[in-house]
Write a protein that binds this ligand. Sequence first.
Ligand code: AZC
Length: 794
Amino acid sequence: MMQLVCKKIFLIMLNLLLLDQDSILMILKLTRHWRIVSGIGLLNDGMILTSILRRKTPSDCTSFRLSFLWDQYADALSQLGFDYEVLAEQEGDAALGNGGLARLAACQMDSLATLDYPAWGYGLRYQYGLFRQIIVDGFQHEQPDFWLNFGNPWEIERVHVSYPVKFYGTVEEEVLNGKTCRVWIPAESVEAVAYDNPIPGYGTRNAINLRLWAAKPSDQYDMESYTTGDYINAIVNRQKAETISNVLYPDDRSYQGKELRLKQQYFFVSASLQDIIRRFKDLHNNFDEFPEKVALQINDTHPSIAIAEVMRVLVDEEHLDWSKAWGIACKIFSVTIHAVQPEALEKVPIDLLGSVLPRHLEIIYEINYCLMEELKKILGQDYDKLSRMSIIEEGAVKCIRMANLSLACCHTVNGVSRLHLETLKTRVFKDFYELWPQKFQFKTNGVTQRRWIVVSNPSLCSIISKWLGTEAWIRNVDLIAGLREYAEDPDLHAEWKNMKKVNKMRLAEYIETLTSVKVSLDAMFDVQIKRIHEYKRQLLNILGIIHRYDCIKNMDESDKRRVVPRVCIIGGKAAPGYEVAKKIIKLCHVVADKVNIDPDVGDLLKVVFIPDYNVSVAELVIPGTDLSQHLSTAGHEASGTGCMKFLMNGSLLLATADGSAVEIAEEIGAANMFLFGAKVDEVPALREKGTSLKGSLQFARVVRMVRDGHFGFKDYFKSLCDTVEEGKDFYLLGSDFASYLEAQAAADRAFVDQEKWTQMSILSTAGSGKFSSDRTIEEYAEQSWGIEPCKCPF
Ligand code: AZC
């Protein structure tokens, strides 16, 4: 048996992805980890190949260490009569998550593997990932994403790794060794079967595992049904079992009160914990060392039921006394919150929880009782505060506040940017912060340069390696700051511009194939790609485009010659039930329809909506972007990670002082980006004032154009216009509009001076080092998990 070198066996609970996975839990556990690595070792070449083959753009990254394998593979394919590029395009994304949260987790898995941390990721193997967006007449339609249609060659089905997950039933009292115990008698059992997705690190022999659970019918349950003679029901129930991991919920903000969602969460949590505890018990015969060996990271509030599950296992199954079990739970769990909006903090109705997981409800009541007793000692009779901090929310529908459950238990509560932590401290979790300030930390998000530069922008990868004289930045991204020294070098400028042009060409071809719109490569490619949300303010972008259009229409020919041509690209999915977001997509299309064929405008302005935005699309769009937009109302974007991908790729950022953009400005210098809009502490007063339309005549004019049917669909857009009407403009589009237009004008002026622009672009890439997920993961390892890298010894 390998000596324990690392301090901990380590578990992380996350909601994550492979490319894009929603629910994950990771373990890091040294001894077993090494055994697993050696297991993977058998497949190691295959694994390395896996990571290479996932790259869709091999071309000119000659510096990439493993490109020789790529070439060999492409050669072998061509001898079989297949074109590598064409074949690679056939592979869809594993879109097993909704948006930023899941994409962040993918980056973190890459960093954990590369930095040699002994980590496991856990999640659900949904059969239907996030819906495919198709656009019909400018309207979003959703189509199922049955991504497993042709199988998934990257996974390993572990038929022998499966656990029963129980639901429903009753709780009864039993006397065991003279002690009265509560015992859960479940009524349904579903089998969780493991599918492993190895994730190889870069430049190391370390590989980690993303274990995804699929629901299968449990034979145990069927046996019972057969004996009662209910054959048909037994078959129907077998099929029902599989529905648990069938489909990902497509709304990234609210899942409130859905039975299937709760079952998915518990299914994921229960199977993962059984796997973790089984592994721990292989080596230990009591739980004293559990916190020394295990760390669990709860990624957002969705897997918080894990806290109650750990308590149930320790108290009911392992027969630890309550306070010992609670002590262990408090040491192993930490949580990251990824949201600002209260509706994203999950709540589960008591009736629902009591029916699906009756014993867990009892346990949560008990945890809450202890919490309230502890708080009363500190807060006395402050019942308002006590009721705000309670895990139970009273009201018409009594609910469990999953966030409060996490806060009561976890030893650290992380925000995802410095500003976000402030919001958590001063608004969302103010009461908890006042009580336990030491729990609150932040780890600014990061993205992996290995996917977002090396894989998706191979030409940039070559340039960076050439100018730094080393590829070491791929593992040690701080080195990228070395580019600053050459930010004014004309030779680097020439290479940089050429790289951007080639990437723009690729993007232009893609746009033409998809939308039949021809765009000029001389235009500024201006991009906003992300989930469609009111707070992300795609509407502000479109209204800005309308303003630009309106100005061009009213110009004479000599003025037009001074206009910087733009291609405005927007992409993103709206949650299927989110009407306002869907109207924003339609507005984008009607504006595009009018602008793109207007002879007065020509190449000065083109508007493009890229359908079905996903990770693969981002890999193509981001390298070809000149300017990217991040427009959330200050205080609403927890961090944002798209901005970091753009930054790495040398796109200039037009952004509000929100989320991680504040820290980006510090790193690259505010003069190298275009900041605008209200600051977070100005927002409440602006909302009070409610002066949106009066605040800006220009804003009033563009909203009026939409209202009056200038782009058609007058009635359809009425309710959308109402959302920004005076007094109702919650996201402050009106009051930020003038400042937004100024920032846009500044971007235009900068673009005219191409040398200046290129310099700013180089400085953006050079300043992106801090926003690598390698740094984020090192902070988690040190501050939240207390672990160190464990280098694979063979
Ligand atoms: C997102 C946040 O909105 C985004 O600001 C952040 O960068 C990202 O998490 C990673 O931390 N949150 C979500 O995507 N939330 C859900 C529920 O999907």
